[in-house]
Design a protein around this ligand. Structure first.
Ligand SMILES: NC(=O)c1ccc[n+]([C@@H]2O[C@H](COP(=O)([O-])OP(=O)(O)OC[C@H]3O[C@@H](n4cnc5c(N)ncnc54)[C@H](O)[C@@H]3O)[C@@H](O)[C@H]2O)c1
Length: 312
């Protein structure tokens, strides 16, 4: 399928900006339209490598209330939907903005995609929609059991998408990745936050006992999975994309302390836990392995360079 026009929502954020840059390089003739509200998590500087090119158009807009949608959406070959309120901790405060952006905003984007017959839609969801699991892993056909307002809004968005698959035969694919790490991540998430605080002689607040387990996937591995799914993924299917290494939050902060030559004991401060803090997320990603994807990068090898890049 020739790809001449791509829409990326949330393209000024962490994952969206990597998607935009990589689409720009891979689809050399494609026009790239980025739609972003530029919330606290979106920055034009994240797009500095491509923003000025004539193939790229950046539209500052809320996905819930897009205007001039015909000129944006008509003749679109590929839409990648990455715009979201993405930070779990914030969702325990003002959770309504999560429902608005992640549910209503997604509904608006897929309704416009349906109306203007976008040829392929990729929706970026999250492993958090499954909720936690103490042993074993969730496969794609497992029921969704979200435990916080963020993951609930992402699960609700998926339900609307699934209804559009049945009702309108929408050509959409859902991706559910693990936690993703890489450059340009807003320093509210564990890795960049720890690097910033520790580099400035401040302690890292750790929820509860710091023993919650998360899996960390490199942005480069996520992008290679995304491109494989764009090329070979089955329309209307869901793909988990995961990483083999599970770490506690404590492990991650300890690794960063080691890189910065700091003593872990004096570098953390235990704080009250989240109202609900999933103990362990784990997904089975054999489906995307069978499509031909495998994890190439590991956080223990990448962390040193990541610390360097955030300290610059
Ligand atoms: N970061 C992770 O580890 C991770 C893991 C799994 C899934 N995801 C999912 O990937 C997607 C991207 O996550 P991220 O980490 O890049 O998030 P991010 O918070 O860094 O970026 C989100 C972007 O969306 C934009 N945005 C927010 N509300 C908007 C609105 N109403 N209209 C238009 N734009 C809006 C923001 O301005 C920002 O540029 C999200 O859907 C998230 O749920 C993230």
């Amino acid at each position: 399928m020739p790809i001449n026009k791509i829409i990326i929502t949330g393209g000024a954020g962490f994952i969206g900006s990597h998607i935009a840059e990589n689409c720009f390089r891979k689809f050399k003739n494609a026009k790239i339209i980025i739609i972003d509200k530029f919330t606290y998590a979106g920055f034009i500087s994240n797009l500095k490598n491509i923003a000025k090119d004539k193939r790229v158009k950046i539209i500052k807009s809320d996905i819930c209330t897009l205007k001039n949608s015909k000129s944006i959406f008509s003749n679109t070959d590929l839409l990648i939907h990455a715009a979201a309120e993405s930070h779990v901790d914030n969702s325990f405060g003002n959770s309504k903005i999560f429902s608005k952006t992640n549910i209503i905003g997604t509904h608006n984007i897929i309704e416009l995609s349906r109306y203007y017959s976008v040829k392929k839609i990729i929706h970026i969801s999250t492993d958090e929609v499954y909720g936690d699991i103490l042993k074993g892993s969730f496969s794609e056909n497992h029921s969704l059991n979200p435990t916080n307002p963020y993951s609930a809004s992402k699960a609700a968005a998926e339900m609307i998408i699934k209804s559009y698959i049945k009702s309108f035969n929408l050509p959409v694919i859902i991706i559910r990745p693990n936690n993703i790490y890489g450059t340009r991540q807003y320093p509210e998430k564990l890795i960049p936050k720890s690097i910033f605080l520790l580099s400035n002689n401040k302690k890292v607040p750790l929820h509860g006992n710091g023993k919650n387990i998360r899996h960390f996937l490199a942005i480069q591995d996520f992008i290679s999975a995304l491109f494989l799914i764009i090329k070979k993924g089955k329309i209307q299917e869901t793909y988990n994309v995961g990483s083999s290494n599970g770490y506690t939050n404590f492990d991650i902060v300890k690794k960063i302390c080691n890189i910065l030559n700091l003593n872990i004991k004096t570098s953390i401060q235990y704080v009250n836990d989240r109202p609900y803090n999933d103990l362990r997320y784990s997904i089975n990603y054999s489906k995307i392995n069978k499509l031909g994807w495998s994890q190439k990068r590991f956080i223990e090898n990448d962390l040193k360079n990541l610390v360097k890049s955030y300290k610059l």
